[in-house]
Design a protein around this ligand. Structure first.
Ligand code: PLP
Length: 386
């Protein structure tokens, strides 16, 4: 077995980039904000909006307070309300479903594909047919989540949604930096929402998010809802319901600096994933990335039948790992009344998935140790079975 590295292995690494970029640069950015005094939505956020729109190849980006705000603001711009059905992946972080529920809509949970872990277009079609047959809800939108950073099957999902008069909101909260058939996250669906929570591929040092859209109208609505539904002409006339969804200038300053190393970090994440892909035993199932796509590798996730035993073994050996997500959203207490469909793949995934250390700064010694430790577990299991 390879020796355990002297420094601890990290599951996420939010801090090393600070040193790579230089702490002095962050301090200088913060000092500028302290001097100009525009703490919320200051010049840094406007510069960031432009840079992110350009990066994603989309007309508009409106930064906001978090990924949850971004999802909610996009759905507010589409006037999602009680009586609307919003189809959403269940194998995800709770916020993907929380946003439509906060607006009074009914979440219709959709099962996942067992290989990509993302929304299964066939089950989306089934769920739509069920809701249509019941005839009680208005078909409104689909929230498609790029789980662990890997793009969904957008061609199929968009085709099905549009054929049924619905828009598609990409929950790109884990996938900023991913690519689907040549298009970057943010530019693929009708609108997209991302998160800059520190552990995300592009992370700030607090909470942050952004909404991406291709039309002036949607962007104006998002910007208005972000500040309580304010009219652009008269700031004391709130013309619709909204929320406090602003990004603060300090987070924008962090993200402007993090953007300078983002492409390099994405390449490093891909390097780590490539080693896992090619060297981990076939005993472990690996998340399938669709052809012609690049994951942003927010996480590298495998599935195996003895997940809980593997997790305990890795932790004993100093390898941090996490079961994301041990409960699909439809099985969680607050969502019980919408737990109306059978989602066998989501249920199985929640019992079998395990996310391994994934940071741009894992070195060969870390990876040798993780891979050899994992493969020793697999060999023991395979020998037992033989
Ligand atoms: C898939 C997904 N959607 C939404 C969110 C919400 O983002 P935030 O924590 O920035 O509100 C997250 C964050 O973990 C997420 O992973």
């Amino acid at each position: 077995m390879t020796n355990k590295p002297a420094k601890p292995i990290m599951l996420f690494d939010c801090k090393t980039a600070q040193n790579v970029i230089g702490q002095d640069k962050f301090l200088k950015g913060f000092e500028t904000i302290l001097n100009h005094g525009a703490y919320c939505q200051g010049p840094e956020t406007r510069e960031l909006d432009e840079k992110l729109a350009q990066y994603s190849g989309v007309k508009h980006c409106s930064t906001c307070g978090s990924g949850t705000d971004a999802l909610t603001l996009a759905l507010m711009a589409w006037d999602v309300k009680p009586g609307d059905a919003v189809f959403v992946s269940s194998f995800t972080f709770v916020a993907s479903a929380e946003a439509p529920v906060l607006l009074g809509a009914t979440p219709i949970f959709v099962d996942s594909d067992p290989e990509t872990y993302n929304m299964d277009p066939k089950d989306l079609q089934r769920a739509i047919d069920e809701v249509k047959k019941e005839g009680k809800l208005n078909l409104k939108a689909v929230v498609a989540v790029d789980i662990f950073g890997s793009p969904c099957n957008y061609d199929e999902i968009i085709k099905i949604a549009h054929a049924n008069g619905m828009k598609v909101l990409s929950d790109s909260c884990q996938s900023y930096g991913s690519v689907y058939h040549g298009k970057k996250a943010g530019s693929i669906a009708d609108m997209s929402a991302t998160s800059f929570y520190p552990t995300k591929p592009l992370g700030c040092y607090g909470d942050g998010g952004a909404v991406f859209s291709n039309t002036d109208e949607e962007n104006e609505l998002v910007k208005s809802c972000r500040v309580h539904g304010m009219s652009p002409e008269d700031h004391y006339d709130n013309v619709r319901l909204g929320m406090t969804g602003r990004m603060n200038s300090f987070q924008a300053a962090v993200l402007l600096l993090k953007l300078t190393v983002f492409d390099k970090e994405l390449k490093e994440r891909a390097r780590v994933a490539k080693r896992y892909d090619s060297e981990l035993s076939d005993y472990f199932g690996k998340q399938k990335i669709l052809d012609n796509c690049q994951s942003a590798y927010a996480l590298y996730t495998i599935h195996c039948e003895d997940r809980d035993e593997l997790m305990a073994y890795l932790k004993e050996n100093g390898i941090p790992c996490g079961a994301y997500y041990p409960r699909p959203v439809n099985t969680q207490t607050a969502y019980a009344k919408w737990n109306t469909r059978s989602l066998p793949v989501c249920e199985k995934l929640s019992k079998t998935v395990l996310s391994l250390p994934m940071t741009p700064y894992l070195d060969d010694q870390d990876l040798d140790y993780i891979i050899n430790t994992m493969n020793a577990f697999a060999a023991k299991k395979q020998n037992k079975a033989a």
